[in-house]
Design a binder for this molecule. Structure first.
Ligand code: SF4
Length: 221
């Protein structure tokens, strides 16, 4: 029998994970405010044979925290799913419910922090606390070649997860970084409502970065 120290870390947290006190307090408040919401640590969504892992920041209060599926139900997800569809990485129909027919192909979708943070801003400590789930998620994808980071927090979480130096891997939209472990990190601005409304990220820009990820996935095989 393996010792607890050798036990494999699960890729998905229990919905009631209580390792981050600030996030648990926010969850409790949301359960009172929105008892009909999912209000828990959000499980990854996608294809177990994925070559590309799309990494977001954290669940949105009115998106994944409400529906229980990453990027489902808010404006960030609207643009993301539209672009995933254009790339041919989806199937079925998204009805913003985890039990709809929507599926992802060759792509897995997750967040650096699995619980909704106040004002959409997780702390560095919370990113570190959730790191074992990210690492286990990565380890559980045998065909993974590319991590597609949505925003600088996701970029930094990836670099830190592999114990690399942030100074050597600068975040920039559509930047492509070869990591020592053989994976490629592709960056994009986050598809947040703010970035979309201010024009910092357009649909074409997100598609360009996705094409970069697709290219890296093909080249690295
Ligand atoms: S953010 Fe991650 S580590 Fe923290 S409580 Fe949620 S699932 Fe647990």
């Amino acid at each position: 029998m393996p010792s607890p120290a050798n036990k494999k870390h699960p890729a998905e947290p229990d919905p009631g994970c209580n390792q981050c006190p600030r996030l648990v307090a926010f969850r409790q408040a949301n359960i009172k405010r929105h008892p009909d919401y999912y209000n828990g640590a959000v499980t990854s969504f996608g294809d177990d044979g994925a070559g590309i892992l799309i990494l977001g920041l954290a669940p949105g209060l009115q998106g994944a925290n409400k529906t229980g599926r990453p990027f489902t139900g808010d404006l960030s997800g609207e643009l993301l799913f539209k672009c995933l569809e254009t790339m041919g990485w989806t199937g079925g129909t998204n009805e913003n419910r985890p039990d709809d027919s929507f599926v992802l192909r060759n792509v897995m979708l997750t967040n650096a922090v699995r619980c909704v943070p106040p004002e959409n801003k997780p702390t560095t400590e919370e990113v570190l606390k959730c790191r074992p789930y990210l690492m286990a998620r990565i380890d559980a994808l045998p065909r993974l070649r590319v991590i597609f980071a949505l925003g600088k927090v996701a970029h930094d979480a990836t670099i830190r997860a592999f114990f690399l130096k942030l100074a050597e891997y600068k975040f920039a939209h559509n930047a492509r970084h070869s990591l020592p472990n053989g994976l490629t990190l592709v960056d994009s601005y986050h598809c947040s409502r703010y970035n979309v409304n201010t024009g910092r990220l357009t649909e074409n820009m997100l598609l360009d970065a996705m094409r970069g990820a697709q290219q890296a996935n093909i080249e690295d095989r």
